[in-house]
Design a protein around this ligand. Structure first.
Ligand code: THU
Length: 160
């Protein structure tokens, strides 16, 4: 008989008041970063913030292009810029949020597959989990313990 693998992930669903001070600061910076998005085509503004091991924060936003596929998501903008500027710094938290240009309300920000793959690369590189805090429905937040929970059965350098 065929065997079955069951994959279980647990995600914390949190109110703002349940976030730590550092998590709140990271989410606040992600919200600020969304204002910097260059998104004239989708008008969907995404902000990402990285909390680094020295307690500082680093931000990114989506950067679109008239040749649509040449644009880049907020998460990858932040991660690639961090890796370029501070290649040996470990990431303690990744926070992501989004909103539509004409609206104040923050929307669920679920990273796309390509961003999950890139997040997984850096998690693997630093050999320490990167917790991920995402804007969720109804003004709440999802907190994943690691990128691996967002991308099970991932392809990484161990498979090469
Ligand atoms: N976007 C992100 O920045 N992150 C994601 O994970 C999903 C999508 C951006 C890309 C594009 O600029 C806009 O949202 C609409 O897809």
């Amino acid at each position: 008989m065929a065997s079955e693998l069951k994959v279980q992930i647990s995600v914390d669903v949190l109110e703002t008041s349940e976030l730590s001070a550092q998590e709140q600061q990271a989410m606040q910076l992600a919200q600020d970063a969304a204002n910097d998005a260059y998104a004239p085509y989708s008008n969907f503004l995404v902000g990402a913030a990285l909390l680094l091991e020295d307690g500082t924060l680093f931000k990114g936003s989506n950067q679109e292009n008239a040749a649509y596929p040449s644009g880049l998501c907020a998460e990858r903008t932040a991660l690639f810029a961090l890796s370029a500027y501070h290649p040996h710094t470990k990431i303690k938290l990744l926070a992501v949020t989004a909103r539509r240009r004409q609206e104040q309300e923050y929307l669920p920000a679920m990273p796309c597959g390509a961003c999950r793959q890139v997040m997984a690369e850096y998690e693997h590189k630093q050999q320490e989990p990167i917790p991920v805090l995402l804007q969720a429905p109804d003004g709440k937040f999802y907190r994943f313990k690691a990128v691996a929970d967002l991308l099970p059965f991932q392809f990484n350098k161990e498979h090469l």
